[in-house]
Design a protein around this ligand. Structure first.
Ligand code: SAM
Length: 236
């Protein structure tokens, strides 16, 4: 499975650069072979290779499937923290069909959330889409206004939940809060956790604090656990 950006999805179809090199050099594709392409916006095409060069593979479209956008969707809002695992988490979020991954500026973020996240992280999301053959890439955006920005966006959602390590373990994330066709926003804190102010602003803004149990999980464990549970409930 390969990725062709939506703006390049037109005749004459061709894969160029790294994708073309990988196809020709590593996978030894030849004229006549069939390959699958995704555009990250719902299109999945079966293409026949008509010619191969080192940096360019010419293609003709054989079958096009346009997948509708998922009806319910889940957004993961992660407190910004510099982390080597961020790209890894984005890849997993695509595999688990997140509708969006937002990076919000937290009181305990050690630096400002960067502006050019798309360029830095899109490659990893495309890897997740190719791996899982997911035709929809999640929306990747930053919320530099922090929790106030999240509260302003809350009306777009049917459920807004804070995964808060300070919540009593008995207030566990429950099946009733997961799945269905509604839109869910999960807010995960940065490595240092939420400040008291952030928890106050979010709860006053109608968000519900929930626990993931008595252990303190790393942010990426917490994020993947809620995405995985939510995915499972949607599929049931
Ligand atoms: N403030 C904590 C500390 O330093 O002791 C750690 C924060 S934790 C590493 C990062 C984020 O993961 C939290 O802000 C929260 O969103 C989520 N998280 C971790 N464990 C959790 C739990 N048991 N229940 C709910 N959320 C949890």
């Amino acid at each position: 499975t390969f990725y062709l950006p939506p703006e390049e999805w037109r005749e004459p179809y061709a894969l160029e650069g790294q994708e073309a090199r990988h196809l020709v050099k590593v996978l030894r594709a030849r004229a006549g072979d069939l390959i699958r392409l995704l555009d990250g916006r719902g299109r999945e095409g079966t293409f026949r290779i008509t010619a191969t060069e080192k940096q360019r593979v010419a293609l003709t479209l054989e079958v096009l499937v346009e997948h509708p956008a998922p009806s319910g969707s889940t957004v993961l809002a992660l407190g910004w923290a510099k982390s080597v695992r961020r790209g890894w988490l984005l890849e997993k979020a695509v595999e688990l069909e997140a509708g969006g991954v937002w990076l919000w500026q937290a009181d305990r973020s050690q630096s400002h959330v960067p502006e050019d996240i798309k360029e830095s992280w899109e490659g990893q999301m495309i890897a997740g889409a190719k791996q899982s053959v997911n035709p929809w890439l999640p929306e990747l955006r930053t919320i530099p206004e922090g929790v106030e920005g999240l509260v302003a966006l809350a009306p777009e959602f049917d459920r807004t939940l804070i995964l808060w390590e300070g919540q009593s373990p008995s207030a566990l994330l429950s099946p009733a809060m997961l799945g269905g066709n509604g839109r869910t926003l999960f807010v995960v804190g940065p490595e240092g956790g939420f400040s008291d102010r952030e928890v106050r602003v979010l709860t006053e803004g109608g968000f519900t604090p929930v626990s993931l149990g008595r252990r303190i999980l790393r942010w990426e464990t917490a994020a993947l656990l809620c995405l995985g549970l939510d995915w499972w409930h949607r599929e049931l």
